[in-house]
Ligand binder design. Structure first.
Ligand SMILES: C[S@@+](CC[C@H](N)C(=O)[O-])C[C@H]1O[C@@H](n2cnc3c(N)ncnc32)[C@H](O)[C@@H]1O
Length: 216
């Protein structure tokens, strides 16, 4: 794996060959990850951050386009539409890429991200994407040791995967006694605001809710 010192030195040197090439996605990974996208004949795929290597673009199995800011095509100014957006976005702009994608993609979008970025895939962002018709439908974990180890390929599409979900509720310190009985049974969906507010509990519910053991 690249030493931290080498990484920092390379970063400072900007486009120095050694630094840039370490950020090229290995082609073997691209080939395998593209198998996870249900491309259909006639689809148009867009690589939104192609780099000089264009490794995603070159391996798309359908009609294709790319953006690369260094070549004068800024993803955020792309005026066309496509079926799929797939690639390795600049990691500092991952959230911008993610949230901009529904305005361009008809069928879906998929991004390779690192462990520090998966923390930015928040319930709130997932719910915004869902309101635009896109679900996180696949999550593939992989290893790229020449970078920082663990990587995730997230595929958002129009089909919901019941195995991947999210709750937008903040669970930080809500006492169990304030939860409705069905939430305590482990019902799948989070209670609505009205259901979970203590003031809508009947006196009977409020009195009869037993003190539950603390779950560690
Ligand atoms: C992490 S590199 C990925 C390179 C290549 N796609 C790969 O996977 O090996 C990200 C690339 O996105 C480009 N880029 C950054 N911002 C961009 C934007 N707004 N529009 C298009 N390309 C952008 C950078 O110049 C860089 O080449």
């Amino acid at each position: 794996m690249m030493a931290r010192k080498e990484y920092v030195a390379g970063k400072a040197a900007g486009k120095q060959e050694g630094y840039t090439s370490t950020h090229f996605t290995p082609e073997t990974a691209v080939i395998d990850l593209l198998k996870l996208i249900p491309f259909e004949s006639g689809d148009v795929a867009l690589d939104p951050s192609a780099g000089v290597n264009k490794v995603w673009f070159n391996n798309f199995p359908c009609q294709k386009e790319y953006c690369e800011i260094e070549e004068g095509t800024n993803f955020f100014e792309y005026a066309g539409k496509c079926d799929w957006i797939v690639g390795n976005p600049p990691f500092t702009d991952f959230v911008k890429y993610l949230m901009h994608s529904p305005s361009i993609a008809n069928k879906g979008f998929a991004y390779l991200i690192g462990h520090s970025r998966i923390n930015q895939v928040t319930p709130r962002r997932l719910s915004i994407l869902e309101s635009q018709g896109f679900y996180l439908s696949k999550l593939h974990v992989l290893t790229i040791k020449k970078w920082f180890g663990r990587y995730y390929f997230l595929v958002f599409s129009r089909s919901k995967n019941e195995g991947i979900g999210y709750y937008t509720e903040n669970y930080s310190d809500e006492p169990l006694r304030r939860r409705t009985p069905h939430a305590l049974d482990g019902r799948d969906s989070a209670p609505s605001q009205a259901e979970s507010s203590p003031e809508v509990l009947s006196p009977l519910q409020a009195v009869s809710s037993p003190a539950l053991p603390q779950v560690m």
